[in-house]
Structures are given as structure tokens and as C-alpha cells.
Write a protein that binds this ligand. Structure first.
Ligand code: AMP
Length: 395
């Protein structure tokens, strides 16, 4: 893996694909700058090495040019976070763009207009990739959030830099974190897979069975398994048509020696409401008209023991409807166990969507070994897929 570390960038114009697809409010202010902060170490390293950074990103899903989705809106935030003046080019490619870049000093930074104002970007158009490549002497990909897309700026452009294409520090960190869980993790390796539906996590579950020793299944997915085993799940979220698939998965896990841990007790509710009436019942005895929205205290205790035995922990998906305080106890309790186990030397990776949101919301971010910045890209990595943005740097 060729990263930007220990390379010479003095006097070079370096194209850096970042993921600045950040949320904006109605005043076009950045409301969550996590992704800008995440790219800062790479930009700092390149500019300190004497490079001129040409930042490429997309913002939202524009259909053609859309002033509401101009990257110019984020220039003040990017400047504040990088602690330096950041120039902006209203053209992404072409002579005007190249001219704007030439006015930036080495050690400086320029952000180009939204890549997706050009439909060719998402089509992976070779001519557009060529025009992007014309903007600099070297290519760095630091956009893990779009690494699962074979777009012009994330994959195709790399063909133009066979000897000068590099992993940015964020992308390298993400790839190493996945490797640490999927390939080189110290045993026992535990995966905690929660979230709403089995259907959206099926490929992940199947791919993980070859890599792990323990599997905790949590969240709404649980009730498809319990229903398949003949339990009563009331009105809990359930995919009855996946009965055979769920049973086959449990069989496969058994055959591979993977210990599967399902909740034994759950918090049920008479409505999908934070103020509804709740009680704790066995997971397979949920009365009609009641729905399970979190795991119960006995389950959490057992999950805690499993977490503390593990040396490598992957967490994807919450254990309950953590967005409502009443049903957040399982997710918070699990976060506490993982944080404490990490403090005692286990390696923990939190990745893919809502568990990342939960970890941030409940303040565990600093206590995990690694919290991924990529939603879809992390999910596809866990499914065992080679991401086009990463493959393009390795070929
Ligand atoms: P996912 O995006 O598949 O990881 O699903 C995350 C969502 O699953 C969150 O919004 C949770 O509120 C939801 N969830 C977790 N547990 C349950 C449950 N028991 N019933 C319904 N939704 C759940």
C-alpha cells in the first residue's frame, strides 16, 4: 500500500479526492464538519511537504449545476479547520480551473467546484477522468466514504498516475482497521450486528462467519430469527419470508464453530413511542399487540461477558431503537462494555451507519479503537467486497 507518508511532494501539485459531502443548514453553514476534520491530517502532511493541494469532492446529489450545492458554501469551514486561506475554483476542470490552480502557492490549498455538477463524474467517464488528471502531478485518494463507487474521481483517474497514486491517511486508516478485524485480528473475534433488518445485513452476516468466533445479533433483526425458531414476536419488526434463510444462517454458524448470541430477554412496548408502557419479557414470549424495541438486562449482562472475553470487536448496528431514550439502554450498555474492554486492550472497530451515530451521540467515540467515517463503503468492506477506489490504488 503506497501512502503519502515518506514521499517527496516538494513543488508538486497534488490532486486530493476528499469526502466533503457535509450537511448544510438553511443558511448554508456546515452543521457537522467530521468529514473535513477527517481529511485534515492528509492535507496538512501534503502542504507541510511543500505540495499544492487541489481538493476534489462532491456535495449532495445535484442534477446538473445547482447553486445550493456549491462547495463554495463550505470554504469558511474548510479554512477554519485547516487554519489557512483556502481558494475556490468555480470550474472543476478545463483551462479556467488550471489557471486558478496556477495562482495558488506551493503549500497552499484550492477547493474545486462540486464534481457532480458534471454528470460524467458518477458515470466514471474516461474523458472526464482525464480532464481531472490534467489538474495535477499526483493523485491521492482520502475519500473512504465514496471508495465503494467506481466514479471518475474515485477510481478511473488513478489510471493516469501509475507511479504517483497514493492512499491518504484517512483511507489508509480505514483499510487497516478493516484488515485488523477481518484478517489479522487477535482471537476471539466478536462481531455485533444489529440494526433494523436481516435482509440488509444478510451478506455481511454470511461473509463474517468465516472470520469470527462469536456473533451477537441485536436490534430488529433478532425477531426474524426468533420467529423462525417458533417464538412469539408480537408486532416486533420481522421478515417471515426469511425464515429458511435465518435458520440456514444459524446452521452455517454452528457448522463453522461460531457461537451465536441472541437476546434472552427484551424490552417490549405497547406503542412505537418513547412514553409508551414498557415491560421486560423473554425474547420468545412477546404478547400479541406488543413490540420489542430493545434488549433486556439479562441479555445485556451476557453480551457484556462476551464482549469482555473478546480480543477483537466489530460493532455494526444498534441493539434497539436508540433514537428514543426509553429504548437506548441496550445500545448504551453495550457501548460501555466495548469501551471498557477496549480500555483493557481489546481492539474495537465501530463501522457502518447507525452504530457510529450512537457512539457519537452517547460520547464513546474516543474510547473505541477506530470509528469509521464510511457508511456504504464500510458495509461493502464487511461484505468482503474489494472497493473500486481502493482497487484502483493497488493495481
Ligand atoms: P440499520 O440502518 O439497519 O443499522 O438500522 C438501524 C435502525 O434500526 C435504527 O434506526 C434503530 O432505531 C432500528 N432498530 C433497532 N432495533 C430495533 C427494533 N427492535 N425494532 C425496530 N427498529 C429497530
Amino acid at each position: 500500500m503506497q501512502s503519502i507518508e515518506n514521499q517527496s511532494f516538494e513543488g508538486k501539485t497534488v490532486i486530493v479526492r476528499v469526502d466533503f459531502n457535509v450537511p448544510l443548514n438553511e443558511k448554508f453553514e456546515v452543521t457537522d464538519a467530521t468529514r473535513i476534520h477527517a481529511a485534515k491530517p492528509t492535507i496538512d502532511m501534503l502542504t507541510a511537504a511543500g505540495a499544492k493541494c487541489v481538493l476534489l469532492s462532491h456535495l449532495g446529489r445535484p442534477k446538473g449545476i445547482d447553486p445550493d450545492l456549491s462547495l463554495q458554501h463550505i470554504i469558511p469551514s474548510v479554512g477554519d479547520i485547516l487554519g489557512k486561506e483556502v481558494q475556490f475554483s468555480s470550474e472543476t476542470i478545463g483551462n479556467q480551473a488550471i489557471e486558478a490552480i496556477s495562482s495558488v502557492p506551493y503549500g497552499g490549498v484550492i477547493l474545486m467546484e462540486n464534481l457532480r455538477f458534471h454528470a460524467e463524474e458518477t458515470k466514471g467517464d474516461p474523458a472526464f477522468a482525464q480532464a481531472l488528471a490534467d489538474l495535477g502531478d499526483a493523485y491521492v485518494n482520502d475519500a473512504f466514504g465514496t471508495a465503494h463507487r467506481a466514479h471518475a474521481s474515485t477510481a478511473i483517474i488513478a489510471n493516469h498516475f501509475p507511479k504517483a497514486k497514493y492512499f491518504g491517511l484517512l483511507l489508509k486508516g480505514e483499510v487497516q482497521a478493516i484488515k485488523q478485524v477481518m484478517e489479522t485480528g487477535q482471537k476471539p473475534v466478536l462481531a455485533i450486528i444489529g440494526g433494523a433488518k436481516v435482509s440488509s445485513k444478510l451478506t455481511i452476516l454470511e461473509s463474517l462467519l468465516d472470520k469470527i468466533d462469536d456473533l451477537i445479533i441485536g436490534g430488529g433483526m433478532v425477531y426474524t430469527f426468533i420467529h423462525a425458531q417458533g417464538g412469539s414476536v408480537g408486532t416486533s419488526i420481522c421478515e417471515p419470508d426469511l425464515k429458511e434463510t435465518a435458520l440456514a444462517l444459524l446452521e452455517k454458524a454452528k457448522a463453522k464453530g461460531v457461537r451465536v448470541h441472541l437476546p434472552t430477554d427484551v424490552r417490549i412496548s405497547d406503542a412505537f413511542d418513547n412514553n409508551a408502557t414498557t415491560k421486560i419479557v423473554p425474547v420468545d414470549a412477546i404478547p400479541d399487540e406488543w413490540m420489542a424495541l430493545d434488549c433486556g438486562p439479562d441479555s445485556l449482562k451476557h453480551f457484556g461477558e462476551v464482549v469482555h472475553q473478546a480480543k477483537t470487536i466489530l460493532w455494526n448496528g444498534p441493539l434497539g431503537v436508540f433514537e428514543m431514550e426509553t429504548f437506548a439502554k441496550g445500545t448504551i450498555g453495550l457501548g460501555e462494555h466495548i469501551a471498557s474492554s477496549t480500555g483493557q486492550g481489546a481492539y474495537s472497530l465501530v463501522g457502518g451507519g447507525d452504530s457510529v451515530a450512537a457512539v457519537k451521540q452517547f460520547g464513546f467515540e474516543e474510547q473505541m479503537s477506530y470509528v469509521s467515517t464510511g457508511g456504504g463503503a464500510m458495509l461493502e468492506s464487511l461484505e468482503g467486497k474489494q472497493l473500486p477506489g481502493i482497487a484502483a490504488l493497488l493495481s
